[in-house]
Design a protein around this ligand. Sequence first.
Ligand code: GDP
Ligand code: MG
Length: 430
Amino acid sequence: LTERFSKSLSKLRGVRKLTEKQVNDILRDIRMALLEADVDYDVVKSFLKKVRDRAINEDIKNKLSPADSVVLTVYEELTSILGGEKADLKRGVVIFVGLQGTGKTTTIGKLANFLKNQSFKVAVSSTDVRRPAAMLQLQRLAEKVGVPYYSFDEASPVEIATKALERAKKEGVDYLLIDTAGRLHIDEELMEELKRIKEAVKPSEVIYVADAMQGQEALRALKAFHESITLTGVILTKMDGDARGGVALSVKEAIGVPIKFVGVGEKLEDIEIFYPDRIAQRILGLGDLQSLIEKAQQIIPEDEAQVLATRIMMGEFDLEDMLKQIRFIKSMGPLEKILGMIPGVSAELKNLKIDEKKFKKTEAIILSMTKEERRNPKIINMSRKVRIAKGSGTSVGDVNKVLKEYEEMKKMIKRLKGMQGIPKLPRFPF
Ligand code: GDP
Ligand code: MG
């Protein structure tokens, strides 16, 4: 966060209850932080209203200091606005649009690589006929990735797209990624061309590629594109730079289209699935501050670990968290390590061991629960258990075991929270 913000928060340490003025002061600082992160003004306004309503009404999470509560509320609200949809691409024709230089061609190369690595059959084609160099760029990328590049001499953009689709169908391609011409500014001619391409190939996705460094300008162009050709997703490039990513929030608030991926460099591998919590932390400037988590970065994916550790510290461990935890234990490291980041705790945890073979079953069981059940396991009665067992291909006994395991974890976490010293440590890391 901005220095100003951390200062106003530190003044609140130890304060029991927030006055209206204190809330206002914090919100003012958050507003500045968001504007500095390039979030659209109207978006900031409506966002802060939501936070304010929550902050005042809830008399937030009484265990926390008011300062932490406000930050947590802001963070949760940001994450929930940014979140929601899964970062998948519908199979079929995917058209990439956007201004020139935002990273369309590069992104197509990255996604071709990403999809190919998931064993999809991918082909690419370019309709950027006015810039032969741009077409060559895609051809080279395709060669590097090892996917076919469809080219058709002397053809117009619409013809290329149409022919590419025919060929993709013939060859049984899962994803045909189509590059389009960009412009430095939005112009009618380009929009008409894109409309006709869209008409001709009936794409499953129209992805807008936005340069995170462009801030507000990116948002204006985005709106214009969405109005004329209706986007289905956004990819935010150049997030490896120092852009805060405020445009991500604007994307969701302004046009309600999901962000699917983020570009984090110029190389083929430099693409990541979009994680709302990671961007939320970045927008708030929390990302670099959490020394607690830094240690664990080599072990577990940082975003998940951060969120989970924070939630554990807040005592909000639910079945969703357990699911997340199971998932990254599978690839990375166990809960001991996360809790181990909280000083004085790790020794307590020696007897918490999770059997790797049970993961699959446990995961299936939790996945068969509704969101509500995961958040509030208390509501899982007998008939729900039967349904969950059926859905996961297990037995009610298995479901009971998972619930019991969860209760044990939760109890342990509670006990840890009660230990002396712990409450002082975690908080938000300012
Ligand atoms: P297009 O005109 O939209 O097709 O843009 P290009 O794909 O040609 O990319 C323009 C420039 O941005 C190139 O120099 C790319 O290497 C660079 N670029 C694209 N994506 C990223 C990214 O995620 N991070 C960084 N640092 N550079 C990127
Ligand atoms: Mg290009």
